[in-house]
Design a protein around this ligand. Structure first.
Ligand SMILES: [Zn+2]
Length: 197
C-alpha cells in the first residue's frame, strides 16, 4: 500500500500554481513517478487522468486512462503516460462540465478543442506524435493546464459548487457538447476577452 497524498487547492494552492518542469530522461527517476501515478489512478481515485504535480511531483508526466465517459462506473483500469507533452495543433470547439481531483467541489463548464495533435515521449523515451479527439482531448487539455499551474476553474465559462453524486446527475442533462469539429481552436471566452480590449 503506497501512501500518496493528493495536492488540493485547500492546502496546496501555491504548489499547484507552479510550472512543472520537463523530464530529463538521463537524470530523473521518472519510472518511480509513473509507478505512483499508476497506483493512484488504479486504486485511490476514480480519475480519468492525472498530472504528476497533483500528487506532489512537479514534472511534466501525464497519466491517461482509457477515457470513455459512458464507462465511468465500470472497471477500465488501463493507463499509459505521456511525458513532456506539447500541443502541435488544436482544432474545433467543445464544452464539458469538468471536475478535478485537486479542486474540491468546483465544477465548471470549460471550452476545449475537439481535436489535438500532441508530441510526447513514452516511458522508454521514444517520441510520438498522436492525434486525440473528443472527450480524450478534453481530459488531456485539463491535465496539460496543470503543468502550467492553470486550473479548470480559471478557464470555466460557468462555475458552481457541486458534490460528486450531484455532478453525475447534472452531466446526464448537460453532456459533452461538440460546437464545431474544425477551424482553429478559439474559445468563446477568449473572443469576449479580446473584444473587451
Ligand atoms: Zn485537475
Amino acid at each position: 500500500m503506497m501512501e500518496i497524498e493528493t495536492k488540493t487547492i485547500e492546502n496546496d494552492l501555491e504548489f499547484l500554481r507552479q510550472i512543472s518542469r520537463e523530464v530529463d530522461f538521463e537524470k530523473d527517476n521518472y519510472k518511480e513517478v509513473i509507478e505512483k501515478l499508476d497506483y493512484y489512478c488504479k486504486n485511490v481515485g476514480l480519475v480519468m487522468a492525472m498530472a504528476a504535480v497533483q500528487i506532489g511531483i512537479p514534472l511534466r508526466i501525464l497519466y491517461l486512462k482509457k477515457t470513455d465517459f459512458s464507462r465511468l462506473d465500470e472497471e477500465y483500469n488501463e493507463g499509459r503516460v505521456l511525458i513532456n507533452p506539447k500541443i502541435l495543433k488544436q482544432e474545433g470547439l467543445t464544452t464539458y462540465w469538468e471536475a478535478c481531483a485537486s479542486c474540491l467541489d468546483n465544477f465548471g463548464l470549460v471550452e476545449r478543442p475537439y481535436k489535438m495533435e500532441i508530441e510526447y515521449y513514452d516511458e522508454n523515451g521514444k517520441r510520438h506524435v498522436e492525434t486525440f479527439e473528443g472527450t480524450e482531448c478534453t481530459v488531456i487539455c485539463h491535465e496539460l493546464d496543470h503543468f502550467d499551474g492553470v486550473l479548470h476553474m480559471d478557464k470555466a465559462i460557468k462555475l458552481m459548487q457541486m458534490a460528486a453524486p450531484e455532478r453525475k446527475i447534472w452531466r446526464e442533462s448537460h453532456p459533452y457538447t461538440i460546437i464545431r469539429k474544425d477551424d482553429p481552436f478559439i474559445s468563446e471566452k477568449q473572443k469576449i476577452l479580446t473584444k473587451g480590449e
